[in-house]
Write a protein that binds this ligand. Sequence first.
Ligand code: HEM
Length: 155
Amino acid sequence: MEFQYLVIARALHVVAVVLWIGGVAFVATVLIPAIRNAKTTDNKLHLFEMLESKFSLQAKLTTLITGLSGFYMLYAMNLWSTMHWWIYTMLLIWAIFTLVLFVLEPWFLHKWFHQQALKNSDKAFYYLQLMHTILLTVSLLVIFAGVAGAHGLFY
Ligand code: HEM
């Protein structure tokens, strides 16, 4: 029975990662570039805040499911003391997103970005896209390393 739970946790882990990082990919490669073409600062901010707020709940839920299923797998496979380097990369990217979504954004990041966009919207949206692109690139490398590692490439 424990084995079946492990397989379910792995499947949930992958589904959550697909939905979450797929959303980040959409924001970084479609949403922000399209918004950067909007005519006025007000338009850009309004569009971004309206659309991102819709993704925010999805990002929080999928981050939570990824973390719960990941920690469950570590426990069920008793991997705590023998974790490979590619599992540390998952933990790192998960911790960064968790910090941003659950702490930094509600605390000050949202307000700070709003102010920066009012001051100089081109610059603010340029850096927003850059940050999302960096996080997306690192996440894709982590996914590559995760699948390759779990299926034996690094043994
Ligand atoms: C708290 C955070 C996380 C923990 C504890 C965790 C843990 C794990 C564990 C234990 C495995 C199975 C390894 C094995 O079979 O030897 C795994 C697989 C995997 N994880 Fe994570 N993970 C976390 C976050 C992430 C994140 C953020 C991503 C992607 C951005 C990710 C992507 C993957 C992928 C793609 C696999 C391979 C699935 C497969 O092909 O079977 N994980 N994770």
